[in-house]
Design a protein around this ligand. Structure first.
Ligand code: NAD
Ligand code: USQ
Length: 405
């Protein structure tokens, strides 16, 4: 649906060549927004470094944009830039484009990749924290009124300490007992409890947003997203050269897509530990819709950072494996957990903000699961089985347990 002229926004999509960014960029263009994709293609370089490829063949960014336009899509431009290091170029781009919004996907997003070595930890912190800070500084220096829509993570809240309490959308009302017996009431940022160096960078992003919103009145929406599953949207399905990426390897593959791919190629489903970990999920089609809703419902300059829990459902890893096994007949393999994480946790999440803005959740149903299995079967010959195991261990203790099998 095209927006009316007043609601059309020029949007820079930072990280617009990635798994969430590409379908988001085409969706914004389809909805009438003027989109510029900005990316340093580091994700494609990491594929080369890891010796793995997306299960689905993906066209280069130039071809993607050309095919998009040929297929009737509103033209988008591409700017190659490292937002973590090309500060002057970023400032120049804001000044020349004068966007109404910047969607910020441009971070190293794999927890296992961030835990592989000191080099990976340092790269992830440097890339993610610098990129976010550069963006905030550049907006302040430009003097422009730009709304930042950032992709954060549900993992900032941590897993395992909520004990049945509902996780609110970003803020928590606390009461602090005072020496005179009264109680001091305050609305604070929800405490953070990251489970990996990657997740920690998202908690640092949160503080940067809090500060720049307070000091410079920067308008920010931080989308605390759960694990995204699925591959294509209606728009990226228009032409094979518009296809989205499908990560299945032990570093970048996320749990549900991995299980579906493993089922498709007859590989036992790789459950870590007992599979008691509960996580939040969202389908890629809903992820794209949420970003659009965030752009079209911006905060005012007096609003504090808007924080939305961008998830539609929670599942235990073991239950997901059992569901996939029931649909496909796959075997389940319980493996030593390479991660230092709670053996089991509950996860009850308040996600009313996006629902109130009009999100109609796509929940896990057999048809959608089968759709991903079909995609994986189609490209099964591209799968390198040697890349499936998760070999990145959080500590030496986990490394020893994984090595012992
Ligand atoms: P991705 O790795 O597929 O995409 C990230 C894109 O950003 C890549 O194209 C990469 O080349 C680019 N990039 C990285 N650093 C950059 C830099 N310094 N300058 C310019 N471009 C840079 O990841 P994704 O799955 O699309 O995730 C996008 C965002 O959403 C991330 O911030 C991630 O933390 C968040 N997120 C993802 C998921 C998920 O399940 N995939 C869930 C929750 C949150
Ligand atoms: N897991 C398995 N088997 C596997 C892979 C993972 O049991 O083969 C388990 C992990 O141990 C973990 C859970 O599944 O308990 C989730 O792992 P994941 O790799 O699917 O997700 P995670 O590392 O948390 O990261 C992903 C995205 C990240 C995003 C995050 C959202 O890569 O960018 O921020 O999901 S959230 O989980 O809500 O924090």
């Amino acid at each position: 649906m095209l927006q009316s002229q007043e609601t059309v926004v020029k949007v820079l999509v930072l990280g617009g060549d990635g798994f969430c960014g590409w379908p988001c960029a085409v969706n914004l263009a389809e909805n009438g927004h003027d989109v510029v994709v900005v990316d340093n293609l580091s994700r494609r370089k990491i594929d080369l470094e890891l010796g793995v490829e997306s299960l689905t063949p993906i066209a280069g960014i130039g071809d993607r944009l050309e095919v998009w336009e040929q297929s009737g899509g509103r033209a988008m431009r591409f700017v190659s830039m490292d937002i973590a290091h090309d500060y002057d170029q970023l400032l120049g781009l804001l000044r020349s484009e004068q966007p109404g919004a910047v969607v910020h996907f441009a971070e190293q997003r794999a927890a296992p990749y961030s835990m592989k070595s000191s080099r990976n930890k340092r790269y992830t912190v440097d890339n993610n924290v610098n990129g976010t800070h550069n963006l905030l500084c550049a907006i302040v220096e430009s003097g422009l009124d730009i709304h930042i829509v950032h992709l954060g993570t549900m993992g900032v809240y941590g897993y395992g300490s909520h004990r049945g309490a509902t996780i609110p959308e970003g803020y928590l009302t606390v009461e602090v007992p005072q020496p005179d017996g009264t109680r001091f009431r305050e609305n604070i940022l929800h405490p953070t409890d990251p489970g990996s160096v990657y997740h920690m960078t998202k908690t640092l992003d949160q503080l940067l947003f809090f500060y720049y919103n307070k000091n410079d009145s920067i308008r920010i929406t931080d989308l605390h997203q759960g694990i995204v599953w699925g591959t294509n949207t209606e728009l990226t399905d228009r032409d094979p050269r518009l296809s989205n990426r499908f990560d299945y390897d032990g570093d970048y593959g996320t749990v549900l897509n991995r299980f579906l791919m493993q089922a498709a190629i007859g590989y036992p489903l790789s459950v870590h530990g007992t599979g008691g970990q509960t996580r939040a999920f969202i389908h890629i089609r809903d992820s794209v819709k949420c970003v659009q809703l965030a752009i079209e419902n911006p905060p005012t300059s007096t609003d504090k950072v808007k924080i939305f829990n961008q998830m539609t459902e929670s599942h235990r890893v073991k239950d997901l494996a059992e569901k996939v096994a029931a649909v496909t007949g796959a075997e389940i393999n319980f493996l030593p957990n390479p991660r230092k994480e709670a053996i089991e946790n509950d996860l009850i999440v308040d996600n009313r903000c996006l629902i109130d803005l009009g999100l109609k959740p796509t929940t896990l149903d057999d048809g959608l699961l089968a759709e991903v299995v079909d995609v994986a079967r189609r490209f099964a010959d591209r799968c390198d089985r040697r890349r499936i195991p998760c070999v990145s261990a959080w500590t030496q203790t986990q490394a020893k347990a994984v090595a012992a099998g």
